[in-house]
Design a protein around this ligand. Sequence first.
Ligand SMILES: Cc1cc2nc3c(=O)[nH]c(=O)nc-3n(C[C@H](O)[C@H](O)[C@H](O)COP(=O)(O)OP(=O)(O)OC[C@H]3O[C@@H](n4cnc5c(N)ncnc54)[C@H](O)[C@@H]3O)c2cc1C
Ligand code: SF4
Length: 503
Amino acid sequence: MGDQLNCNHSWFETTDHSITYVMMEIRTETDYATHHIQKTAGFFAAMRQFSNFLKSKKHQCIYIKINDKDNLQSLEANLSNIIEKDHYTKFEYQLPDEYRVDLILKNFTSKLGIASKVYDTQHFFSTRDELGKFFEGKKSFLMESFYRAMRKKHQVLMSGENPITGQWNYDEENRKKLPKNHKPAAPLVFNNNVSDIVDAILQTDINTMGVIDKTNFIWPINRDQSLELLSHFVTECLPLFGTYQDAMIPNEWSLYHSRLSFSLNTKMISPAEVIEAAIGAWQKQPEIIAYNQLEGFVRQIIGWREYMRGIYWLKMPEYATLNFFNHQEKLPQWFWTGKTKMNCLKDAITQSLTFAYAHHIQRLMITGNFALLAGTDPEEVDQWYLGIYIDALDWVEITNTRGMSQFADGGIVGTKPYVSSAAYIDKMSHYCGTCFYNKTKKTGDRSCPFNSLYWNFYDKHEAKLAHNPRIGMMYKVWHRMKPEDKTALLEQADYYLKHINEL
Ligand SMILES: Cc1cc2nc3c(=O)[nH]c(=O)nc-3n(C[C@H](O)[C@H](O)[C@H](O)COP(=O)(O)OP(=O)(O)OC[C@H]3O[C@@H](n4cnc5c(N)ncnc54)[C@H](O)[C@@H]3O)c2cc1C
Ligand code: SF4
């Protein structure tokens, strides 16, 4: 699979010519969502590099390209064809991470006339069902508890049962706004030539979004480049990773983030080696990399990433249908163009279309925040996130989007909806100063849409949210407002929702 490019998997330790590895670029994968062209090209490029690796190690490999004449364009059809033609006697595969592909393979092997066997991908810290067992009988699924259990189990920054510093969480020291004149480290980008692939994608009329520079493709497409990006991250970005983890600034698209999600999700590198590299760098230079930076990063990988995967396998397939608020709206058209007067959204969407990337807080507190306040159908939101980001795979996209960002799961992943008015966005970014809209205005001409939509959201969902202890305060503020102010806010929100494509 395109997300199973693990050179260090035990499968590849020895060469056995009775085994043939099969890899394929197929329409069922390019067409289940409208993907960013960099995502489709990136996956194909990384797959082709991986097949070169297999061949260099003298493994036998059949590689079917997207425009090969005999490509039957689905996993089952291509596999059946190969098995029948060359009389294979056994079919083996690695556990897929996506429910959709898992079903396809289970169905396929159940009808197959030959023996089959499934292997672990040897990538994650936890197994598919580990989180389910950990929270068995519990009503809530606190990420923090699972994170601590993972730290203990794998002895990451631990001294026996306790964290080495005596403290688990350093969020308090992190998440600062970027000073105005601060110039972040320049992102390390690659200059891969993926012209062949892009031409094939265009030739086969695959629907895509976004743009690509096909002779200077910026993302890592093999293990060596992924390791180079990791090394760049630990020296250039980790020293300020935690501090500016939630910061946003126009025209700086990655700040101190690692941009390792594509390498990780394709399994070109493993979470264990990423953590090891970060810890190694901190041990070597604790005066440059403070512990809070390191812990903030380790938490993302061994905490959030493993947690989201566990939730996915515990809650699928129902999870993909959850819509707690019963939201039904469409995304505004400018989500596909970036053409909006709202500076924060213009920046986050434009950079997503340009780089197939936005960092976490842009995904959560800009695009996700707006989609939720606008009452968008989580299905629409999922499709957008699943398509636009280079790292988007169902298991980690849907849990973040439907769960963390849209609260469509009613609070499995998050304890409250991540919504905000302009105040939070202004606190964490430099977007508002040059915006067409006025961050301090709640109603009237040029009032920031986040302000009225925020109160409209709380008003609309009071029955579902008022009992949540983390939001009770907001309802106290809302109820104390003068009736005429409340009416003005709701009317303003209504106007903006009716003219959403013009914002
Ligand atoms: C609405 C929404 C959709 C998202 N969709 C995806 C997705 O499709 N694929 C994806 O990999 N991540 C997704 N995320 C999580 C996170 O935003 C990305 O992992 C991160 O932005 C990738 O950039 P980075 O590698 O520079 O991350 P960094 O900020 O450098 O973090 C390091 C690594 O930690 C992991 N990580 C951090 N936060 C999360 C998280 N919440 N869940 C899982 N892993 C995390 C990632 O592997 C990431 O590479 C989404 C978040 C939101 C709010
Ligand atoms: S004023 Fe409102 S729309 Fe403009 S950048 Fe700030 S939060 Fe975004």
